[in-house]
Design a protein around this ligand. Structure first.
Ligand code: SF4
Length: 259
């Protein structure tokens, strides 16, 4: 177990960045480039520390966690045995190719930026037909009875599409999808995407963001819809990553690092 001071009791979800690399290029990407690729020993030690706290659920992410050069499913199994719910925050392509490799993942967090492929794909760049791939993966998860959460980064380009996404979610629910929740992340000018040249363009007026969230929450989806105005300041989620072999913790530290 990694030695670290106790976390506050209100932190129940741990977002763990296993590596910085990704093979697509989202315009709003909040991820940073220069933290460590976690070793299996450090990642397992982190799971043990989290299980000793009030954390109930881990989100394995990055970068893109399916590119972690170690066994992410084995890490999830370790977390599972410690009593943690395991979630994979993924762009989906690696899972689409090999869903059977992720048998220890309890829930897949999938990006849906719009129900319109052109709007989605203009935000999620670097993989031709990303929207279509996510739709195929959702179909496969429905067939396999696996649970999913949807995540939308609300920007100036897709804010007006939020009600359309709600309608699409209703359609997948009608087809038997097991949907845990929907998170609406306000665009933040952070990281390798958001901190770069499109920051001003992607920023959404606060009123428009709040209205989109209110429409989503009022859509009658039957599961929680979360407004994440500043994900780095969440009361329930804490962030974990490694730098030069040392554990780093906290949304504030991540924002202040300015990497
Ligand atoms: S936001 Fe996009 S580019 Fe950034 S890590 Fe996630 S999938 Fe990769």
């Amino acid at each position: 177990m990694i030695p670290h001071p106790d976390l506050p009791d209100h932190k129940s979800v741990a977002a763990c960045f296993l590596l910085p690399a990704c093979d697509i290029r989202c315009t709003f990407c909040i991820s940073h480039d220069d933290f460590d690729v976690a070793t299996p020993a450090l990642a397992q030690g982190l799971m043990e520390f989290l299980a000793s706290q009030k954390i109930t659920s881990v989100v394995l992410g990055g970068g893109e966690p399916t590119l972690w050069p170690h066994d992410v499913n084995a890490l999830a199994q370790h977390a599972s045995k410690l009593g943690l719910v395991t979630q994979l925050n993924t762009h989906g392509a690696g899972v689409r190719e090999n869903l059977h490799k992720y048998s220890n993942i309890d829930r897949f967090i999938l990006p849906v930026e719009s129900s319109r492929p052109d709007v989605h794909d203009n935000l999620r760049r670097g993989l031709v037909g990303h929207h279509a791939m996510v739709m195929e993966l959702v179909d496969e998860l429905i067939r396999e009875g696996r649970e999913m959460t949807f995540a939308t980064v609300v920007t100036s380009e897709n804010c007006a599409d939020v009600p359309l996404i709600a309608q699409w979610i209703k359609s997948v629910l009608a087809r038997g999808a097991r949907v845990h929740s929907w998170h609406l992340y306000n665009f933040l000018p952070e990281g390798r995407g958001g901190a770069r040249k499109l920051a001003e363009h992607l920023a959404t007026p606060r009123e428009a963001y709040l209205e989109a969230c209110a429409l989503a929450k009022g859509a009658g989806l039957g599961f929680p819809v979360y407004r994440r105005e500043n994900m780095l300041k969440s009361s329930s989620v804490e962030f974990f990553w490694f730098e030069e072999g040392l554990l780093r913790v906290g949304g504030d530290a991540l924002a202040r690092s300015g990497k």
